[in-house]
Design a protein around this ligand. Structure first.
Ligand code: SAH
Length: 387
């Protein structure tokens, strides 16, 4: 479904309960028709919290001296991947800060080791990297890459990606967005491509959110992650937009002059993304579960979402991976998290997905590539579309 910018702004700002309910219903129907009732679980492994960047919103930023830094070894990561496999997950997501010790070959050998000992799909979320590295990891078997462009407003992007004092903003310092270009490169290389934005960033407008949605559609993303901005006390954005821990899905809490980092605005972004990209995979994010621990997971799944990324990082590392404070389930063991999520998913009348859970859009793209070239392009044909 296509929307004009002004239609998107109207839907993002509406406080009319009937219009909002209609949006939830349409998103849920579209989700069921296109990606089914299965909720795919991706085991998240936070492989390092070292980071050379200075992103103003993120607790892992290099200047934050209050974080104890860790880096998991190949062996520790392989054990976490095995655990994800044992729990029945079809994918592992390797995420980290931009860690200078993660050289191209180090990541390549890790991906190859996971692919040789498990049937898991491998998603990388390692930040901005040169094309040569991305190509090398794809050749080693990496299936997907997640790189949020954070906001489509270039001025806002620059305001939240501060250069180090005395440094002019350059793409290399992470202060000018190269991310949209990188997403196109990832697609060329045959990755299944994911991106997303934070909702309720300081200074963000409803126009910005509408542009974000139009950008998701233009890039034909396979996955879109959406979470509320949560201020971290040890960052320059500490004092901005303190979120109230109210379940804010009551439309009367909406104040339409600026988008708030709340459940209502985040769920509207999820629902509209589902309508615009019906074949995509959309996670119910931990950031949403953090601002509404009771209902956040479920609300996203009922308003367009079809994926959850349970954390399988060993707990003693996980507590140090504080991109934002108060992260949901931070102290839970992976098995406990899994049991809790399984109950929540079944209570919604949904099932747990099996297999890698590629997005139908990606499967179609790869099938077309193999039909026109006789090869599967840069990718193996995905084995399982809807499982
Ligand atoms: N270094 C990787 C992974 C970053 S963490 C990269 O740059 O892609 C994954 C996502 O968490 C980020 O892309 C950002 O959208 C989100 N995030 C970071 N800090 C946050 C905060 N304070 N509140 C909410 N989300 C945040």
């Amino acid at each position: 479904m296509t929307f004009s910018r002004s239609e998107l702004i109207d839907l993002l700002t509406t406080t009319d309960p009937a219009a909002i309910e209609d949006l939830w219903q349409r998103a849920d129907r579209t989700r069921r028709d296109h990606v089914g009732d299965a909720v795919h679980l991706r085991g998240l492994i936070e492989i390092s919290n070292h980071c050379s960047r200075t992103c103003a919103y993120c607790g892992l930023r290099a200047p934050n001296t209050r974080t104890t830094r860790y880096r998991m070894t190949h062996q520790q990561i392989l054990e976490a991947a095995d655990l994800a496999g044992e729990l029945g997950y079809g994918t592992v997501v390797l995420q980290s800060g931009e860690d200078p010790m993660h050289t191209g070959p180090w990541v390549r050998d890790l991906v190859a080791a996971i692919k040789s000992r498990t049937p898991l799909a491998v998603t990388l979320s390692l930040g901005e990297r040169p094309r040569d590295d991305l190509a090398m990891w794809r050749d080693a078997g990496a299936d997907r890459y997640l790189l949020r462009f954070e906001t489509s407003n270039r001025q806002l992007f620059q305001r939240i990606h501060l250069p180090k004092p005395s440094q002019p903003p350059t793409p290399e310092s992470g202060c000018v967005s190269v991310r949209i270009d990188m997403l196109a490169e990832l697609r060329d290389l045959g990755y299944e491509v994911g991106s997303g934005v934070m909702v309720g960033l300081p200074g963000q407008t409803y126009e910005d959110l509408a542009d974000d949605l139009l950008t998701f559609a233009r890039l034909e993303l396979d996955m879109v992650g959406l979470g509320p901005f949560i201020p971290h006390p040890d960052t320059p954005l500490a004092q901005q937009n303190p979120h109230t821990p109210l379940p804010q899905h009551d439309p009367r809490h909406a104040h339409p002059d600026r988008p708030r980092p709340d459940v209502l605005t985040t769920c509207k972004m999820i629902a509209l993304t589902r309508l615009m990209l019906p074949d995509s995979n959309i996670p119910s994010t931990s950031a949403l579960a953090t601002i509404d621990t009771e209902h956040g997971r479920e609300l996203a799944l009922q308003r367009g979402g079809n994926v959850i990324m349970p954390n399988v990082t060993p707990t003693h590392f996980r507590t140090q991976y504080q991109i934002y404070p108060g992260k949901a389930c931070i102290r839970e063991e992976a098995r406990t998290c899994h049991a809790c999520l399984a109950i929540r998913i079944h209570a919604l009348g949904r099932t747990i997905g099996v297999g890698p859970g590629h997005s139908p859009g990606y499967v179609k793209r790869m099938t077309q590539t193999s039909e026109t070239t006789g090869h599967a392009g840069a990718a193996d044909p995905p084995r399982c579309a809807s499982a």
